[in-house]
Ligand binder design. Structure first.
Ligand code: ADP
Length: 565
């Protein structure tokens, strides 16, 4: 029997409401109460713009997900100037699914997010959906505040327990996590430290390294001094005389407490430290060592959804590279941390966003250009980076799901922006040195500011903050997960999917597709990616129903949702 399928979400806005909003060009900003439109902004009524700009509409339809198949009922491209800081609704691409909040780029990004399938909120809607964020910490990152501000969010006090927030930026305590509802988002997963602490990362990855030594040879061999002290001493004694290691605190950052270790060094047993093989042959640019800060967004662990940001930072050491034993204590040679090198007399600050290959910090964009000049295939290198990033996520997935198990209903409520530190060696092999849970979003230069503000705006746009009428909207109870038979998945196809899939299955697939569509031009989808998903499925410790279903969905050419829509 055909199942009755219904998706949540009841938000619709009449065309006349949009026009009413347009006719009132001198409205106040919902956030700051000041005038908000640039002098003469909206010149054409939105209604006239429906059906206009056919070329743009066609282009966006051509970029349709995977098969070039259009699920969208109205891929309307609005052509107007964007009102400043005015809340905008990102309409879903599927009928009857939930709209989300559109994140406008603040001016520092020097870019505009295209208003495709999006429209400004009416004044009534602004009141109804009052958008609020809670940003924890006494010195919050400016790029986070600006991104919220430009999307029309009001910041509420950290200690305010009464007012409901749409998004919390900052690690949530147990009560917060327990009381979260399905309209709320928080930027950390419970258990995020499984990847973010150096010792836990090694514990998780080494397990996979033993199982798949070839696939997992991208993390340097590591000794946790608490457990592996004797093993390290033996390795040190039998090593060749010029062998090097690097000793680091398990849970610190910014280069603090890091020292180089040679065959002659005396190492004490200290449970707070680990020792890692030193990658002695880094790829150099102009004679300097560098590493890459790669931003990786995980929006869900079940199904696993991983995105990599196209831009990021390249951090250079400030003294020419050498492995000479006299230079072993020179941190400006061996460490590439900004926090270390900014103190060096040779540190050169970037002053201009247009010159992103100047100074001691570059953008990935400039780095790729440099590689291409050197005759190195930068595309191939970044594909290798994607590969190691994804394998890292797959290795931590069982631990993350374990930590998330008690909060299954919040499957889509968490997201995490990780900062991967990747070192490239002279053979152009990427090594994962560590993963940062709260990568620094401080901006020390205009280039930093531009990259980081665009990044945060893109993260929030991608994860999709749903509209929530805090006064009236009934909070639905979490979906019940019925027994699902993973063995049935290979038999699902376009003709039987309506019978075989549950509403939860369809919701999950639609959510996945909608999210990919919101990723914009800066995020690439690492997983689930239709082109590469098969390559990685066998690496997962346990086959998961949702991942398998997505794989099958891609394999069957993604036609299921057109039946559903
Ligand atoms: P922190 O969290 O303190 O930044 P990292 O693990 O990122 O610690 O190490 C700091 C810097 O030390 C890196 O940016 C890199 O330049 C250098 N480094 C760390 N591990 C290695 C290694 N195994 N081989 C070579 N250089 C390393």
């Amino acid at each position: 029997m055909r199942q009755k399928l219904q998706l949540k979400g009841d938000i619709s806005l009449s065309q006349s409401a949009i026009q009413r909003r347009n006719s009132n060009q001198r409205q106040k900003s919902p956030i700051q109460g000041r005038r908000l439109f640039q002098s003469h902004v909206i010149q054409t009524p939105l209604s006239q713009q429906y059906g206009q700009n056919q070329q743009q509409i066609q282009q966006s339809q051509q970029q349709q997900f995977i098969q070039g198949r259009s699920y969208s009922q109205s891929n309307v491209v609005f052509n107007e100037e964007v009102p400043q800081k005015w809340p905008i609704i990102q309409l879903p691409f599927f009928k009857n699914t939930e709209p989300t909040i559109f994140f406008q780029y603040p001016p520092v990004c020097e870019d505009k997010r295209p208003l495709v399938n999006a429209r400004p909120m009416t004044e009534e809607e602004i009141k109804k959906y009052s958008l609020t964020c809670k940003v924890l910490g006494s010195a919050p990152y400016k790029c986070v505040l600006t991104s919220f501000d430009w999307a029309g969010f009001k910041r509420i006090d950290e200690d305010d327990e009464d007012e409901e927030w749409n998004v919390q930026w900052g690690i949530g305590n147990k009560t917060t996590l327990r009381n979260m509802n399905r309209y709320q988002k928080i930027n950390h997963f419970p258990g995020c430290w499984n990847m973010g602490r150096k010792d836990l990362l090694w514990i998780n990855l080494s397990k996979f390294k033993r199982k798949y030594p070839k696939e997992y040879n991208f993390i340097p061999n590591t000794y946790l001094l608490q457990y592996d002290y004797d093993r390290f001493i033996m390795a040190q004694e039998s090593a060749q005389k010029d062998t090097l290691w690097i000793k680091k605190p398990c849970a610190d950052s910014r280069g603090r407490g890091i020292t180089m270790v040679s065959k002659k060094s005396k190492v004490k047993k200290d449970k707070n430290f680990l020792i890692m093989d030193y990658i002695y042959n880094p790829h150099l640019i102009n004679g300097f060592k560098y590493d890459l800060r790669v931003y990786v967004l995980i929006s869900c662990f079940d199904p696993l959804r991983v995105y990599m940001y196209k831009d990021g930072l390249v951090r250079f050491a400030t003294q020419k590279y050498s492995t000479n034993s006299k230079d072993l204590t020179k941190r400006y040679i061996h460490l590439t941390n900004f926090a270390v090198n900014k103190l060096s007399p040779n540190f050169v600050k970037n002053q201009n966003t247009q010159k992103d290959d100047e100074g001691s910090k570059w953008s990935h964009h400039a780095y790729r250009k440099k590689l291409d000049e050197l005759g190195i295939d930068s595309r191939e290198l970044f594909n290798r980076i994607k590969d190691v990033v994804l394998k890292t996520c797959i290795a931590t997935e069982p631990f993350m799901l374990d930590s998330n198990a008690k909060s299954q209903e919040h499957r889509n409520g968490y997201f995490e922006l990780y900062g991967f530190d990747v070192l490239i060696d002279e053979n152009l092999k990427p090594w994962v040195l560590e993963v940062n849970v709260s990568p620094s979003l401080n901006s020390s230069s205009p280039l930093d500011k531009k990259i980081k503000t665009s990044l945060i705006s893109d993260v929030l746009h991608l994860v999709g903050v749903p509209l929530w009428d805090k006064n009236n909207q009934k909070i639905s109870s979490p979906p019940k997960y019925n027994q699902r038979n993973i063995k049935e998945i290979p038999n699902i196809n376009t003709s039987n999917c309506l019978n075989k899939l549950s509403q939860n299955d369809f919701n999950m697939l639609i959510h996945t597709v909608e999210e990919v569509k919101r990723r914009g031009k800066n995020f690439s989808c690492v997983f689930p990616n239709p082109k590469t998903i098969h390559q990685y499925m066998d690496l997962f410790e346990f086959p998961r129903y949702n991942n398998k279903l997505i794989e099958r969905f891609y394999q069957d050419r993604c036609n299921w949702l057109s039946r559903f829509n």
